[in-house]
Design a protein around this ligand. Sequence first.
Ligand code: ATP
Ligand code: MG
Length: 393
Amino acid sequence: MFQAFLIKYGEIGVKGKNRYVFEDALVARMKQVLYPVEGSFQITKEQGRIYVEAEGPFDYEETILALQRVFGIVGICPVVLREDQGFEALSKDVMDYMHQMYDGVKKTFKVHTRRANKHYPMTSPEVNEEIGGRILEAFPDLTVDVHKPDIMLHIELRSHHINIYSEVIPGPGGMPLGTNGRSMLLLSGGIDSPVAGYMVAKRGVYIDAVYFHAPPYTSERAKQKVVDLAQKVARYSGPVRLHVINFTDIQMYIYDQCPHDELTIIMRRYMMRIAQKLAEDTGCLALITGESIGQVASQTVPSLAATNDVCTLPVFRPLIAFDKEDIVTIAKKIDTYEISILPYEDCCTTFVAKHPVTKPQVERIRKSERALEEKIEEMVREALETEEILEIR
Ligand code: ATP
Ligand code: MG
């Protein structure tokens, strides 16, 4: 029955000049997600509204699912679009709509008319009253409730056409991709980092990713897991460029030269340094990690401070105050959880000390790192030069 959708988006912060940037980014992303969906779609902007109209047959369910992954959309309303052909034609369209949607259901309703076309010969209250009366007459199971109706029937009298809709399917909210630059996600095979990437992308930030691979300590399957996770994130964030950095030599060198209870922290400091170089080379404005206070020894507040000590770019840690349970809920929602819990080792589990420091002192860590001076710069350069780049769509 529906050939079109009215897209609702958040209005906050999108006034004035920014509004066009926001709307254009939203439309661009909508085109991108609808491209693989069966059907041909026309997307139009009109006075603070965005419409998706299908030309000919299309896959309704897939269309909704695709739009539900577009950040910035707060509601997707299947809508009947009609040209204005007078009140009687409108009334007939509304009755047809109600028959298709609500025949025989016991519910309450309210008619809510908005008149953008000030030349329409009836006022909004007049339309509400007349249409409401006709619905009551034609549908004995429906009753009126003006305060908390089950069905809010919207009739919008626009300048060029009329909208009839009552269903609002929730969108993901957030900000359209591309309205907030690009950031570099440190993506491991765990539960947290894909969720962190999703959350920052949701604020309109494009995502690139870096994975530190340590063959043969980490297997090809562990790497594939990260690729699969990046793919899941990309369904929301758009294409992700995944940088795979071979971290083995650096890890071994740290293992040989530094106190073992500081291994994890020093490794994490090198991950941050390398991620930062990559970020700077690729126009990323910040780093993103899945860190959360207290989750493991390397995420106590002193450990986070010691890791952060090497960062000059902002580091976004959207999960910092989340409990694991809440992170898992999001991981399930975005369909990364089942991949994340596959049991392949990651590079940190191979080299963890039995008793890692939980209160590292930055000064001491810096001193320990001096033992790396001879070769580390060369090794970092080598790791960056031999990176593998995967384009994830
Ligand atoms: P996750 O579930 O995201 O793996 P975690 O709880 O296992 O996180 P750590 O292993 O301490 O935590 O890692 C903390 C953060 O550091 C991760 O969320 C991720 O952003 C980054 N990170 C850890 N290991 C790697 C890796 N091999 N490659 C890229 N980033 C990594
Ligand atoms: Mg991990």
